[in-house]
Design a protein around this ligand. Structure first.
Ligand code: ADP
Ligand code: MG
Length: 627
């Protein structure tokens, strides 16, 4: 077209598209759920704006917030239309090609290593999945603030934008036309599209319609029975048709006596609703199946791996602040969960007010350390017709946050309680508490710990109110854990009589720590020592001072007491001169003190950190700045 303006895709986007076009990835189905998810986002946006300005929805069909899918078998086109917010010319240029999202290169990398496209939506580049099935795509869009435009591209490094003077006016919203590739013909089948919507998009909160053919009985004048209509209808109709035709013929023969009409089957098309728009969180938890929760999680988290979430919690809060919420623990942590920890405050909860989606970037809903959770909150207490900024300040949010944290920690605690293999349950005889049906829960807490343990530790550091609750969730190895994870409760239960402190040691690995001279005496005396080998543990232990009635004691630090030993005093006396000599021999800015030690057995001497000083491990961490 002459009037079209040409643009080049941003380099990373272009690369992504190249890979998609040439991908041998077999699951090309994903394009549909990505388009539906975008349509749903666009509808959420216009519905949100309409809260404060009703006129924004326009009138007539434009007010219907829905998604429509249609196929044109002859032209091999699949069309998706939504009545969402639409895109201005500038939006089209930016969103579909020139501004690379931060996830673009991360996704390209991931795709090259794993070949898995399933998570494309999580990386914010879902739209481009259309090129798995189409070689030419048109996006027609109309936003209230601009004219109607067409974006088009054959994935050849460039796209074009033109003012739309030839298509039907959309009113508002977006229409996406996929010109299917040769091998993607299956997506012209209604049954295929229906299956896909059922499978991936069941929990979209807007109606999804398919322009679907349907067989209907119609009365036609008997003498016009050779019309071509009939032939067309028998072409698309299913087997069993022949019998019907026979009956028609008999009717025909009697035509004289009967009115001059007859019944034929005709295929006509109509909009068929494909999803149940009743929001899952409004339903009674008892009536929602595990499978439904899993599917809901997949669609909410855009995580379409085969894995189930590790846990979920669906509840209603009542009282001053009323809300419903569903929280999920994902099966896996995203690879950048801790990379961006200190820079981003983005929670993964979606906030709805009275069924209307408000935002998924509300940082007031959960503390940072719980950002790995996915889910949603729908509140009836929050006001609807105020700006996001004002909502952010609303006093109810504090209450919501508090309750969400409690529920989240309960949910995590339950993963452990229901896991027959978790440290806290191991002592209990399997038959006592767990049946065969609990097999599925075996090892779930270790899995949780492996993925999100660090978040629990960060929680202990950051959340003084819930520190004790979080400490219960800690798992670690120790001199007595036999290569397995153990807990503080277990440690306490194994404490020697008279033992006051919980002993721990920090370092880079268990192997290194096991050889440490600091452990000699403790081991010999049969005390248990916890190994903390994660860099974050050093920080953790600056905040975790005690648990139940015991204090934590770093065995490489000053202050280690292993119960009274009558020899201590004598030793101190008889080696008085030697310790004096040592102290003067070592420059005083290198050591604070020289003492007789009760922690050694074979090793003659050891360097110990003063009570408030950095441990050797901490020194090492600070030097390498690994956190
Ligand atoms: P994401 O949905 O994660 O933002 P996508 O690649 O799926 O990433 O979409 C890119 C952007 O294109 C969206 O953020 C949105 O701004 C815009 N977009 C895509 N589809 C639509 C649509 N149907 N209506 C309005 N905007 C859309
Ligand atoms: Mg998307």
């Amino acid at each position: 077209r002459n009037s079209a303006e040409k643009f080049e895709f941003q380099a990373e986007v272009s690369r992504l598209m190249d890979i998609l076009v040439n991908s041998l990835y077999s699951n090309k189905d994903i394009f549909l759920r990505e388009l539906i998810s975008n349509a749903s986002d666009a509808l959420d946006k216009i519905r949100f704006l309409a809260l404060t300005d009703k006129d924004i929805l326009g009138e007539g069909d434009d007010t219907k917030l829905e998604i429509q899918i249609k196929v044109d078998k002859e032209k091999r086109i699949v069309t998706l239309r939504d009545k969402g917010i639409g895109m201005t010319k500038e939006d089209l240029i930016k969103n579909l090609g020139t501004i690379a999202k931060s996830g673009t290169s991360a996704f390209v990398e991931k795709m090259q290593t794993s070949g898995d496209l399933n998570l494309i939506g999580q990386f914010g580049v879902g739209f481009y999945s259309v090129y798995l099935v189409a070689d030419y795509v048109e996006v027609i869009s109309k936003n209230n603030d601009d004219k109607q435009y067409v974006w088009e591209s054959k994935a050849d490094g460039a796209f074009a934008i033109s003012e739309d003077t030839w298509n039907e006016p959309l009113g508002r919203g977006t229409e996406i036309r996929l010109h299917l590739r040769e091998e993607a013909g299956e997506y012209l089948e209604e049954s295929k599209l229906k299956d896909l919507v059922k499978k991936y998009s069941e929990f979209i909160n807007f109606p999804i319609y398919l322009w679907a053919s349907k067989e209907v009985d119609v009365e036609v004048p008997a003498d016009e029975d050779e019309s071509s209509d009939e032939e067309e209808s028998s072409e698309t109709s299913s087997s069993g048709e022949e019998g019907d035709e026979d009956t028609e013929k008999t009717e025909d023969e009697d035509a004289e006596k009967k009115p001059k009409t007859k019944k034929v089957k005709e295929t006509s098309s109509e909009w068929e609703l494909l999803n149940d728009v009743k929001a899952i969180w409004l339903r009674n938890p008892k009536e929602v199946t595990d499978e439904e929760y899993t599917k809901f999680y997949h669609s909410l988290a855009k995580d379409f791996s085969d894995e189930k979430p590790l846990a979920w919690s669906h509840f209603t809060a009542e009282g001053d602040v009323e809300f419903k919420a569903v929280l999920f623990v994902p099966p896996k942590a995203p690879s950048d969960l801790y990379e961006s920890y200190y820079n981003s405050n983005k929670s993964n909860l979606k906030l709805y007010v009275r069924r209307v989606f408000i935002s998924d970037e509300f940082d007031e809903l959960l503390p940072k350390y719980l950002n790995f959770l996915k889910g949603l909150v729908d509140s009836d207490t929050l006001p609807l017709n105020v700006s996001r900024e004002m909502l952010q300040q609303h006093s109810s949010l504090k209450t919501i946050k508090k309750k969400l944290i409690r529920k989240a920690l309960d949910m995590i605690r339950k993963i452990a309680e229901e896991d027959p293999e978790d440290a806290n349950n191991k002592d209990k005889k399997d038959t006592e508490k767990f049946g065969d049906e609990d097999d599925e829960k075996k090892g779930q807490y270790a899995k949780f710990w492996n993925e999100f343990g660090k978040s629990i530790k960060l929680g202990i550091i950051e959340d003084a109110t819930n520190r004790n609750r979080l400490a219960k969730l800690l798992r670690f190895e120790s001199t007595k854990s036999d290569g397995q994870l153990t807990s503080l409760d277990q440690y306490i239960s194994r404490m020697k009589s008279g033992q006051k402190d919980i002993f721990y040691i920090t370092g880079t690995s268990k192997e290194q720590l096991e050889k440490s001279p600091f452990l000699e005496r403790l081991k010999k005396k049969n005390y248990e020592v916890i190994f903390f080998t994660d860099p974050v543990d050093e920080y953790l232990m600056q905040y975790l001072m005690d648990y139940e009635d015991s204090k934590f004691q770093n065995v490489s630090k000053e202050g280690l007491k292993l119960g009274k030993d009558s020899k201590d005093k004598d030793l101190k006396e008889s080696y008085k001169e030697l310790t004096k000599w040592w102290k003067s021999a070592l420059a005083s800015d290198n050591v604070d003190d020289v003492k007789i030690s009760n922690r050694l057995d074979n090793t003659p001497c050891v360097v110990v950190t003063s009570k408030y000083g950095w441990s050797a491990n901490m020194e090492r961490i600070m030097q390498s700045q690994t956190l």
